[in-house]
Design a protein around this ligand. Structure first.
Ligand SMILES: [Cu+2]
Length: 76
């Protein structure tokens, strides 16, 4: 399982966190998602053979939030 931390701009409350979590959870291959408006981060645990970072970023952008940078990917 791979894990990525993504810096996301624009999340301001619980509702924002939930929309991002819901969008990413809907992608095939995503195992676990957490989002923090306070930290401006989204952490995703996923299977890289099924879903890519670009797919995940796309889901965030589609919700109307900006992806600032990918802080790092690592295997778990
Ligand atoms: Cu919000």
């Amino acid at each position: 399982m791979d894990k990525v931390v993504i810096n996301v701009e624009g999340m301001s409350c619980n509702h924002c966190e939930n929309s991002v979590i819901k969008a990413i959870s809907g992608l095939n291959g995503v195992n676990e998602v957490s989002a923090s408006a306070a930290n401006k981060t989204v952490v995703v645990e996923y299977d890289s053979t099924k879903v890519t970072n670009d797919d995940i970023k796309g889901a965030i952008l589609q919700q109307g939030y900006d992806v600032i940078e990918e802080k790092g990917t690592y295997k778990e």
